[in-house]
Design a protein around this ligand. Structure first.
Ligand code: MCN
Length: 784
């Protein structure tokens, strides 16, 4: 333990670089003779391409090449794939339409890449892309997933009849139906989850370089998982063999899930660099980001909750239609299935659950994981149902939840997940106390006296993160196991480099990972460097998503540290002529217990490399690696309570109080965790209050800029009050649970529960925009 060890509020080491403008992002990289790429994109949501005329574009200044999908296919570049196989309830594999990096026959969403221009400057490339003439024969479009399932709907892919990708189920249908047949009360709701655009601060970018002398490719890219990118690019797309491809994800300015997939642009740049014989760089502009970054959410759900005469939940039946857009992206199939429906038990003891999920193609941008990925959708359904059911049976929502909580662990849910540890009542109580739950009636009366409406809503979320035990995800259809790797290199002078397969793009790993090492070895964090994001430096990794870097990535480091410590103790024991079992590591020293004999860590490290006085047979050096494969997910959980005031004249909702009580197990750095929760809460509140992705019936994205897509700003959110409860996760050596997504998962239902409470209505869709809220007030006659 050191002052910078586990539990310390250490300032983020990486911030010096970021705050002084010294971050190095993909777009900052330059190479000699570098050309710039710009994409010709479909202006139609569904159309047959009848011709692509590049004559004018090729004559424009600086233009090197205009490459299209015919050439891509001729060069043997593979289709974009979805790496997680889902089987329908009849056992058939999912129906996947072909997705090419450049499409030359039928385009299926606005913004789909058709051709790539390479030119001397970015502006020349963009101008030339505008000059490429594509002729289309328009086809009918469908943008809503329920419409896409209707008979006679426009068909997107010949491989997917009726636009159905899969018709999947989980749980016991017959037993659940029986629970409903015997129910004393049934609550039924139609619940939509609005489509979101991820909007990380740094848009996607790629810089590809082919070195003909070595037949070797380098790709700088805005990736959350460079090793997986390399694996997928080589194994499926045929762009380069894995040993001839180096993928570097340098500083990445946020991802929120949207940078874990392989996109057409990375494939096209890698392919184009060899064809044109110069490095090729592409950087997305914000409009391209709106049109082509994988979107999130977009569910239509019908949910039913069965209660017995004592208001105990006896059954939960959920039918969801998930819009996956025009093509299946890398992880898209898992989001509305294993990441969604397996969390439908929430924090509750529900004996019977049955869920059916239909995934559907539409003429919209592909949909994949976005912060929370399936778990916000599940939490929204569960927590809207809990609030509504409680009110229908005349119970306080907190007490209805309390009486249905899971209380004994481990707890096997009917939908695969086995919760390992938790204390849901503790976080409920902490949140209720922090928001002064009992004082709400008085605050409401005061608001009403001032002509305002006031409401309170809660959400008791649970999520499964630390994704995931390889055995489990493998048996569920995932293409790869989801372990993590680490290597701890102790240099001869006692400084440390930690190589990790996790990738930090805002989560502060350079600080928290160093804190773990500092805690274990007693060294200052400034002598510890975290190396990540480069497939030539770190041998293998699975990357960052599903709030896994703490629970899985740091556990791999802890395992490697075990080995480093064991070897260092052996060396120290030998040098001090003591027994290995008597060596203790403390404060940067290796001491012989009960004596004043000691060596500094640096002395032991030096001895490991000078190597003339090592125990017999010991290899020189002090460098150890480990792979860590978790035994279970981790299950962070908490209670969020939101209190809103609504101005009935304008429909403006103001969040007056927001309390988040979370259980993340052992916390490495409370300040970083609070930052993660703040960010997540703002994203969740953005979804609940402001953000909404709208297509018109022709498949044109109406909300393709910040003029029309409202992102949350500082003045949209209150000062959050955070509480912490701790039950250690028994599944990893550090007792940690993930914290990176919780805020975005738990907050939307808390907000909507509060707004519906204020308006005294049963239901409404997100976002609670002033216009929608004002209209609801008019419709329900509540204007005071
Ligand atoms: N941590 C801790 N104690 C815990 C849990 C975590 O101190 N009990 C620390 C970790 O050491 C790490 C940070 O908190 O520094 C987040 O850890 P974790 O919850 O393991 O999440 P990941 O590092 O795997 O990050 C992924 C997660 C996800 S899935 C999304 S989406 C997301 C998020 O993190 N995207 C982000 N947070 C983001 N934050 C920023 N700034 N940008 C994004 O794109």
């Amino acid at each position: 333990m050191t002052a910078e060890g586990i539990g310390a509020r250490v300032l983020r080491k990486e911030d010096k670089r970021f705050l002084t403008g010294n971050g190095r992002y993909t777009d900052d990289m330059t190479m000699p003779r570098m050309g710039y790429a710009a994409f010709v994109r479909s202006t139609h949501a569904h159309a047959r391409i009848t011709s692509i005329n590049t004559d004018e574009a090729m004559k424009m200044p600086g233009v090197d090449a205009v490459l299209n999908g015919h050439q891509l296919v001729a060069d043997g570049i593979g289709n974009i794939i979805c790496g997680w196989m889902i089987h329908s309830k009849d056992g058939s594999p999912m129906n996947m339409g072909a997705y090419r990096a450049l499409e030359s026959e039928i385009v299926r969403y606005v913004g789909q890449a058709i051709a790539v221009v390479v030119a001397d400057t970015q502006q020349q490339a963009r101008d030339a892309a505008d000059a490429v003439v594509v002729e289309y024969e328009e086809l009918p479009t469908v943008v809503d997933s329920l419409d896409a399932l209707k008979e006679g709907a426009p068909q997107l892919h010949p491989e997917a009849a009726g636009n159905l990708i899969y018709d999947w189920e989980i749980g016991e249908e017959a037993a659940t139906n029986e629970a409903f047949a015997n129910a004393a009360h049934i609550t039924k709701m139609d619940i939509d989850n609005n489509r979101l655009v991820p909007n990380p601060m740094e848009p996607r970018a790629a810089l590809a370089h082919f070195d003909p002398s070595e037949e070797h490719y380098t790709l700088y890219t805005t990736s959350q998982n460079p090793h997986v990118a390399r694996l997928v690019l080589s194994a499926f797309y045929n762009v380069a063999p894995e040993n001839k491809l180096r993928v570097i994800a340098p500083d990445v300015g946020g991802g929120f899930g949207s940078k874990i997939f392989i996109y057409p642009e990375e494939i096209a740049c890698l392919w184009a660099t060899k064809r044109v014989g110069r490095p090729v760089k592409w950087t997305s502009d914000r409009t391209e980001a709106f049109l082509t970054d994988a979107h999130g959410r977009d569910h239509h759900t019908t949910a039913e909750l069965a209660l017995d005469a004592n208001n105990k939940i006896t059954g939960f039946r959920v039918k969801t239609v998930a819009n996956l857009g025009a093509y299946m992206s890398l992880f898209s199939s898992s989001v509305p299935t294993y990441l969604y429906a397996t969390l439908l038990s929430g924090q509750y003891n529900i004996p019977n659950i049955y869920a059916n999920v239909k995934a559907v193609y539409t003429n919209t941008t592909p949909v994949d994981a976005y912060r929370g990925a399936g778990r916000p959708e599940a939490t929204y359904v569960v927590e809207r149902m809990m609030e509504t059911a409680a009110k229908e049976v005349g119970m306080a929502p907190a007490e209805f939840r309390r009486m249905n909580f899971v209380r004994e662990f481990p707890h096997q849910t009917p939908v695969i997940m086995a919760y390992d540890a938790g204390d849901y009542e503790a976080s409920l109580d902490a949140a209720m106390q922090a928001i002064d739950y009992d004082g709400f009636a008085q605050r409401r009366a005061q608001s009403e006296a001032a002509g305002k409406l006031r409401g309170m809503g809660m959400s008791c979320y649970i999520e499964a993160c630390g994704i995931a035990p390889s055995q489990a995800v493998g048996s569920l259809g995932a293409g790869v196991g989801l372990w993590e790797s680490a290597e701890v290199r102790v240099n001869a002078v006692g400084t440390i480099e930690v190589l990790t397969g996790s990738h930090s793009h805002g989560q502060g790993h350079e600080t928290t990972f160093a804190q773990l090492v500092s805690d274990r070895l007693g060294l200052p964090t400034e002598s510890i460097s975290i190396v990540h994001g480069d497939t030539d430096k770190v041998q293998m990794g699975m990357g960052t998503y599903g709030s896994r870097s703490g629970a899985v990535g740091m556990s791999a480091i802890a395992k490697a540290l075990d080995k480093v410590e064991a070897k260092a103790k052996k060396i120290a024991a030998h040098l001090m002529e003591a027994s290995e079992g008597d060596i203790e590591i403390e404060g940067g020293e290796l001491k012989v217990a009960g004596t004043d004999k000691k060596l500094t860590f640096t002395e032991v490290a030096l001895a490991a490399y000078t190597a003339h006085n090592l125990p017999e047979g010991m290899e020189p050096g002090l460098k150890e690696g480990a792979f860590y494969d978790p035994t279970n997910f981790t299950f962070p959980a908490g209670c969020y309570i939101c209190e809103v005031e609504v101005d009935p004249d304008t429909g403006v909702v103001s969040i007056e109080n927001f309390v988040a009580a979370d259980d993340f197990g052992t916390i490495i750095n409370p300040m970083i965790v609070e930052g993660q929760v703040h960010g997540g809460l703002v994203q969740g509140i953005g979804q609940a209050m402001l953000e909404n992705t709208q297509y018109d019936e022709d498949g044109q994205l109406l909300t393709a800029s910040y003029m029309d897509y409202t992102m949350p700003r500082a003045d949209d959110v209150p000062s959050f009050k955070l509480e912490t409860t701790v039950t250690e996760c028994p599944g990893n050596p550090l007792g940690m649970k993930g914290c990176g997504e919780a805020g975005a998962i738990g907050s939307p239902p808390a907000v909507i529960n509060a707004v519906t409470d204020a308006l005294r209505i049963r239901d409404m869709n997100m976002p609670a925009s002033p216009n929608r809220v004002w209209q609801l007030i008019q419709d329900n006659g509540m204007k005071q």
